[in-house]
Design a binder for this molecule. Structure first.
Ligand SMILES: *Cc1c(COP(=O)(O)O)cnc(C)c1O
Length: 409
């Protein structure tokens, strides 16, 4: 008899996006003529940069002849891409990495989810709240979260990030072994300064903890004082693993490419107290369970760093960030409290008059035909907020702002 991993049975169904879809569909039935504007999308909408398309076409052609065909590549990724990443994303900010510390993958979601394979089931975990659900659910599957009680997991330390603490997480009151941080943050769109991030690195160093640092939105940072990598903080190479993705940076959500940095110095211990370095274990894990990202995709990712690629990608990010700026200004002019949107494509809006997330969601849908995402769907501290995204079409974004301004006046 095969026994199932019963931890899967504990997973709370994430009904958030299907609940939203249901509500939007019933609205459509009763209001068939209204034009809905979607500001809930967590996916990019602009096409891939021409430089990326050109590189991928060329790579496809290479696959067509025996001399230039590529079969299995190195599990860790092609050196041409790893070297380009180190030079452009790290050397440029004064961080030096060895090629063996960078692992190319099919995206940050898989890596954030899979990294837990390296750590025992009984580590304690801490997450900022609201949160990207992958960090919690992957730990549920591994049996690390305890039981589900009153809307939270008994063994997860939730670190609230709300307007009251300016979205700056406080160090946990209970010791945690593994900490998930995501900056710029999804869903709140907020960031941490070097000083604030340093507090976390120092906590991890003092407590022998590991930080899983998701910087999928790094490319959206505009403020020169916001750190782009956790390795800009002294000591971080001992305690932090960093996840990056080409998805939001360069529109690779449907192409699939990301990378993870596991510095040589990051370690965890055995029960007996012997130090084990995680870089070797991650290499072993990837070589066993992953056969590399496609050659064509990696050539496309390399082109993100060519002079033309950089310029084209920058333009697309500016397009989204211009939406974000107009949204923020427009909503603030209506008297709404708006957070994020300055270094991230997300705006985190406080619901007016103490409305619940879902109530404000419904008002926006039924009164101005705008689809948003209720903040409570990202965790208990998200109650009383909504997430709006800047990934939409520019004209639609302008129209949405006008509708809200008209409505609130
Ligand atoms: C979109 C996103 C990712 C990227 O996921 P991919 O698998 O690389 O597409 C990672 N983390 C967060 C918080 C995200 O929002």
């Amino acid at each position: 008899m095969a026994l199932v991993n019963e931890h899967f049975l504990k997973l709370q169904s994430n009904y958030l996006f299907s609940d939203i879809a249901k509500k939007v569909n019933s609205f459509k039935v009763t209001h068939p003529k209204q034009k809905i504007i979607r500001m809930g999308i967590g996916d990019v909408t602009q096409p891939l940069a021409p430089a990326v398309i050109e590189a991928m076409h060329k790579a496809v052609d290479e696959m067509a002849s025996r001399e230039t065909f590529h079969g299995y590549g190195p599990e860790q990724g092609y050196p041409f891409l790893i070297d380009t990443i180190i030079k452009n994303d790290y050397e440029s900010i004064g961080v030096s990495l060895e090629p063996s510390e960078v692992f190319i993958s099919d995206g940050a979601k898989s890596d954030c989810g899979n990294i837990g394979d390296l750590l025992r089931h009984d580590n304690s975990i801490g997450v900022t709240d609201p949160v990207y659900p992958v960090y919690i659910d992957s730990n549920v599957m591994a049996g690390r979260t305890g039981t589900w009680e009153n809307g939270t997991w008994s063994d997860v330390v939730y670190i609230p990030c709300t307007a009251e603490n300016k979205f700056i997480p406080e160090l946990p009151s209970r010791r945690v072994d593994i900490i998930y941080l995501c900056y710029p943050n999804n869903p709140t769109g907020t960031t941490l300064t070097k000083e604030e991030l340093k507090k976390w690195v120092n906590y991890a160093l003092a407590n022998d903890a590991i930080i899983m640092y998701d910087s999928a939105y790094e490319a959206y940072i505009q403020d020169p004082n916001i750190p782009h990598s956790i390795y800009e903080i002294k000591g971080a190479k001992k305690v932090a693993i960093e996840f990056r993705s080409f998805s939001k940076t360069a529109g690779f959500t449907g192409v699939r490419c990301g990378y993870t940095v596991v510095p040589k110095e990051v370690s965890a211990t055995t029960l007996k107290g012997e130090r084990v370095f995680l870089n070797k274990l991650w290499l072993r894990r990837q070589c066993t369970k992953f056969n590399g990202t496609s050659y064509i995709t990696q050539r496309g990712a390399e082109a993100v760093y060519s002079p033309e690629g950089k310029e084209q990608v920058r333009q697309t990010i500016n397009y989204y960030m211009n939406n974000a700026r107009l949204m923020k200004e427009g909503l603030e002019a209506c008297g709404l409290q708006v957070y994020g949107g300055e270094n991230a494509p997300y705006l985190w809006v406080k619901t007016p008059d103490g409305l619940s997330s879902w109530k404000f969601f419904e008002k926006l849908l039924y009164e101005v035909y705008i689809v948003s995402t209720p903040g409570v769907g990202f965790g208990p501290s998200g109650e009383g907020y909504l997430r709006l995204t800047a990934f939409g079409d520019h004209k639609d974004t302008l129209e949405a702002i006008q509708r809200i301004q008209h409505w609130m006046r």
